[in-house]
Write a protein that binds this ligand. Sequence first.
Ligand code: ADP
Ligand code: 5GP
Length: 198
Amino acid sequence: MQKKGLIIVLSAPSGAGKTTICNLLIKKSKNIKGSVSYTTRTPRKGEKNGVDYFFVNKKTFKRMIFNKEFIEWALVHDNYYGTPKRYLEKAINSGKDIALDIDVQGGLNIKKLYPNAVLVFIMTPTMKVLDKRIKTRKKDSETEIKKRLANAKKELHCMNRYDYLLINDKLSQALRNLEKIVYSEHNRISNIAIQKFN
Ligand code: ADP
Ligand code: 5GP
């Protein structure tokens, strides 16, 4: 029987670097796929439909909820976001890992559905660095930045329900540490023993 791929959830307060790290991880590892979420948020400068997100209106998003097309969805910073079900299942059933850049509500819902999923919480070394990174990204309005920094405090409360904390100080080191987490998860006795030696 084909061994199922691992679901790697990456969550972080806005600006901590999860999109950057997630994209690098996918680029570096052939066996790790990314998932493109649906959102009702308006695209940021440079974002492409079908690449960064599938940008849809609320009516379409609600129809997709009704049709059970999402594995999970959540309202984050006043916009809807959802992970499409079909792509995720196809990837893990074919033995590919899948990295999900989703918020903490989504992460905890994934863990309920897939207890073997690994939940990684990414954070900057300090709140001051988070503040600086979100501002230097220069892609959100002043009001949007304030909202995101206020939400960061709530998101940090969920950290203790995650499996790992990944500090994103130096990017290359953070990526190496994430690869170690993925390696360790693949070698958990509970994840390998039965399929490999029976
Ligand atoms: P998130 O997806 O968590 O909101 P991003 O990946 O968009 O965060 O990163 C926020 C900003 O910080 C971006 O401008 C990104 O280039 C930058 N960044 C990410 N990781 C690092 C790092 N380790 N050191 C310095 N800047 C970083
Ligand atoms: P952003 O608007 O900065 O791209 O994303 C805002 C937040 O929504 C981030 O925490 C991001 O991880 C989260 N997010 C993106 N896609 C999904 C998704 O499909 N489901 C959930 N629950 N959160 C998502």
